[in-house]
Design a protein around this ligand. Sequence first.
Ligand SMILES: N[C@@H](CCC(=O)N[C@@H](CS)C(=O)NCC(=O)O)C(=O)O
Length: 207
Amino acid sequence: MKLFYAPGTCSLGIHVLLEEAGLPFERARMSLKDGDQRKPEFQALNPKGKVPTLERDDGSVLTEWPAIAYWVAARAPAAKLWPEALEDQARALEAMDFIVGTLHGHAFSRLFNQAKYAPSEADHPKVIEQGRAMVAAGFDVLEKGWKGDEWLLPSGYSVADAALFYVTFWAVKRMRMDVPPRIAAHFERMMARPAVQRALAAEGLAG
Ligand SMILES: N[C@@H](CCC(=O)N[C@@H](CS)C(=O)NCC(=O)O)C(=O)O
């Protein structure tokens, strides 16, 4: 299979999961800045023009972070990336939906693309201000609702941790924002995982 990724974007979380899974995969590096996602050859694979995009060995293509995470986890049961109990599975979905759909899709999105929210450049600082407040509120929700110990879910390390990792990576490394203590400790634990270090190194982000 082949992961289409762009360094330091949300595809980093899937990159981590593929490394954790221990399945063989190829990497196809994309430059969003150069518009690779809009090129016809990529649009033919994924008309949404987004990473992560996973091309599987049968040639079929899977998109959307939670769906890819679920599929990777299911393909590598020994890695135990998908919780066993129904309650933990539901919590994993709940966390991924909030992180990918809300924290990324609404809050960080305002920090990355102000023009999407305000046609006039004069309003862009307001969009950034709103985005930063939404990011802080999102991390606050996760911090206050923390039910796990070292990892997000009480059942242990899962796909939800990789989702939390990529948004925390954005906050800490890209935006230089403070995150609440449990999230900060989680980030340190994630950074210590060999799979995370391998993904970061492959994306040219280590160190
Ligand atoms: N809903 C998608 C979101 C993916 C997404 O927003 N990817 C961004 C990078 S973090 C992207 O490819 N942006 C390129 C663009 O919008 O042109 C998912 O869950 O995978």
